[in-house]
Design a protein around this ligand. Structure first.
Ligand SMILES: Cc1cc2nc3c(=O)[nH]c(=O)nc-3n(C[C@H](O)[C@H](O)[C@H](O)COP(=O)(O)OP(=O)(O)OC[C@H]3O[C@@H](n4cnc5c(N)ncnc54)[C@H](O)[C@@H]3O)c2cc1C
Length: 422
């Protein structure tokens, strides 16, 4: 019998690849292998609804046990691949830490990313946590009842979401961000400013331009965080969310080109032309229409993992479907439901529409008269309109969008018809 496809990493990207393949009629054996001791589960709620006790463990699961059995997807838990032997035709054997061997005809990497660790005195104290997987989340949730003061280091999405959840759970939360504004890499200044005001008003002590000198002990566990100005912020628990590093070690060990992720083409094929890499571990050509030639990106989002897995599934079944989708993302932060469509890179002006006072508004990013992206706060209609326009290659004229009474959907146009479009 054929060995089939081995997918290393059984999270969003690996799961999406396996399910897409079966949906396309791929009939070879599929082994979906991961090193965690859980059935494949979804991560987004770990910092939000699940942490706050609003949803059950079971609702995190991607699929039922019966689904995996019926679709002949062999889900392997708790096996960490440490070495791969790969032949030129793409087949080979993967060896796990436990000594097990997994032979494959074809290999897919969906190994994701791991949290960037802080290198400071005190980071190994009990009570200093990271949040990437279910075990991290279980530990965080278990500690919350014994905790009053929480310091979150890092004002990116995960840090803010966790801070908002812990604040709602009645903890005293300080959020430290090294930059001059929140989520500086992913949203524009207007959205950062809104989030700052909102979370401060909700009771989170947000400190911008915060330098962290060390984690201070209290007895044999964490007691606080010392800032570079000498101030110590009390903490019974410190949650670190300062970004992630793609897991490229296995790919490098089999000679695949890596550069901030496993380098893949539009079809998710790595440099050997046969192994696929999908999700947070992959570095792909910027898929946004009109992106600068040669520009590459590595996304950290559910949408990207799903879409990239689809094109990888086509590649594995011998069909060429290029990844050319509009990236989108969501982040629920307490009362704020932020949805982002497109990439704002290269914008030269912005437009705020809606009611920012009431927290129902959108920030549209334009280059000339062409819309590139939108951050929509509690405004799903604007989000859908911009996302649909971008995915059809359409635009939304700036002047028309400036009228808050019009629906963006109703003013969507073909950009070639726009006077002054670039
Ligand atoms: C708390 C949290 C909240 C998030 N919220 C959102 C959100 O609101 N919206 C959104 O779009 N995205 C969100 N994300 C991001 C999203 O979850 C990721 O983009 C997505 O999980 C990426 O999936 P992946 O399969 O590429 O990688 P990962 O989810 O990182 O999974 C990779 C898997 O591979 C395993 N693995 C790695 N190396 C090996 C090995 N050698 N052998 C075996 N197994 C291995 C890992 O343990 C892991 O299980 C969130 C992420 C987190 C952590």
């Amino acid at each position: 019998m054929a060995d089939g496809l081995l997918i290393i990493g059984s999270s969003q990207a690996g799961v999406s690849l396996a399910t897409s393949l079966r949906a396309l009629g791929y009939d070879d054996p599929i082994t979906l292998l991961g090193d965690e001791n859980h059935r494949p589960y979804q991560r987004p709620a770990l910092s939000k609804e699940w942490l706050q006790g609003e949803i059950t463990n079971e609702s995190l699961m991607f699929r039922t046990h019966d689904y995996w059995v019926e679709h002949r997807i062999d889900v392997v838990k708790n096996e960490r691949i440490i070495r791969i032997e790969k032949r030129d035709d793409g087949s080979g054997v993967a060896h796990s830490l436990s000594g097990a061997r997994f032979a494959f005809d074809r290999l897919a990497l969906g190994v994701g990313a791991r949290p960037r660790r802080l290198l400071l005195d005190g980071v190994d104290l009990p009570g200093v946590l990271y949040l990437r997987n279910a075990d991290d989340a279980l530990e965080l949730k278990a500690r919350v009842p014994d905790v009053r003061d929480v310091v979150v280091i890092g004002g990116g999405f995960i840090g803010i979401e966790a801070a908002a959840s812990l604040n709602r759970m009645g903890r005293r939360v300080t959020l430290l961000e090294a930059a001059t504004r929140l989520v500086p890499r992913a949203v524009g200044e207007e959205t950062s400013a809104y989030l700052l005001d909102h979370h401060r008003a909700a009771g989170i002590d947000v400190v911008l331009e915060a330098g962290v000198r060390r984690i201070v002990p209290r007895g044999d566990r964490v007691g606080g965080v010392e800032l570079s100005d000498g101030r110590v912020v009390a903490a019974d628990l410190v949650l670190v969310g300062v970004g992630v590093i793609p897991n490229t070690e296995l790919a490098e060990s089999i000679g695949l080109v890596c550069d901030n992720g496993v380098r893949v083409d539009e079809c998710a094929l790595a440099s050997d032309g046969v192994t696929v890499a999908v999700g947070d571990c992959a570095n792909l050509p910027n898929p946004v229409p009109g992106a600068p030639q040669g520009d590459r990106v590595r996304f950290e989002s559910v949408n990207n993992a799903i879409e990239q897995a689809k094109v990888a599934a086509y590649a594995i079944t011998g069909r060429r479907e290029e990844y050319a989708r509009i990236p989108w993302f969501w982040s629920n932060q307490g009362d704020v439901k932020l949805q982002i469509a497109g990439l704002s890179t290269g914008h030269d002006r912005t437009l705020v529409r809606g009611d920012a006072e009431r927290g129902k508004h959108s920030v549209l990013y334009y280059r000339g008269d062409r819309v590139l992206a939108a951050d929509c706060i509690n405004h799903p209609l604007d989000f859908m309109a911009v996302r649909n326009a971008l995915s059809k290659g359409l635009s939304i004229p700036y002047d028309a969008a400036a009228d808050p009474s019009v629906s963006l959907k109703s003013v969507t146009v073909d950009p070639t018809a726009l006077v002054g479009a670039d």
